[in-house]
Write a protein that binds this ligand. Structure first.
Ligand code: BTN
Length: 145
């Protein structure tokens, strides 16, 4: 290998870890969580809003699970390395709504995770049942694609 080849390799080797370290966390893609649910986040627009789909592995109802649409927004699109975001899922098989808020983290190897907290509001027939209408939880998503 010539001097030029060596220089090129050395430059690439020196640049690579820095790229991984400075890489921005990207919400777009396919993700899975600890329950086995999968979601797809489509490309964000300039304003940071996005849509996608959510295939939950579990449900609070006995109805057949259907893939459901999600709508969300990322804060300061393109500007932050580890941005915050929120999205809601409009379940197609139940009367509930789930809202997720979270932050996209990327480690020094470029591995991304979404740390989220969710609220699931179930439809109740009387406001007297409000006390039992909301579930809360946390969920960590890792990238599939
Ligand atoms: C329902 O049961 O009424 C709709 C499905 C709710 C699925 C919840 S949302 C929070 C948690 N995380 C998941 O991936 N699935 C459950």
């Amino acid at each position: 290998m010539g001097t030029l080849g060596c220089c090129l390799l050395l430059t690439l080797a020196l640049l690579e870890p820095r790229n991984a370290v400075s890489r921005k966390c990207d919400l777009q893609g396919q993700w899975t969580n600890e329950l086995g649910s999968n979601m797809t986040v489509l490309a964000l627009n300039m304003a940071g809003t996005f849509s996608g789909s959510y295939h939950t592995a579990v449900a609070a109802t006995n109805k057949q699970i259907l893939v459901s649409p999600l709508q969300g927004a990322q804060q300061h699109p393109g500007a932050k390395r580890q941005p915050t975001f929120g999205f809601t899922v409009q379940w197609q098989f139940s009367d509930s709504t789930t809202a997720f808020v979270g932050q996209c983290f990327v480690d020094h190897h470029g591995k991304e995770i979404l740390e989220t907290t969710w609220l699931l509001r179930e439809e109740i027939l009387s406001h007297k049942d409000t006390w039992k209408a909301t579930r809360v939880g946390t969920s960590i998503f890792t990238r599939i694609k």
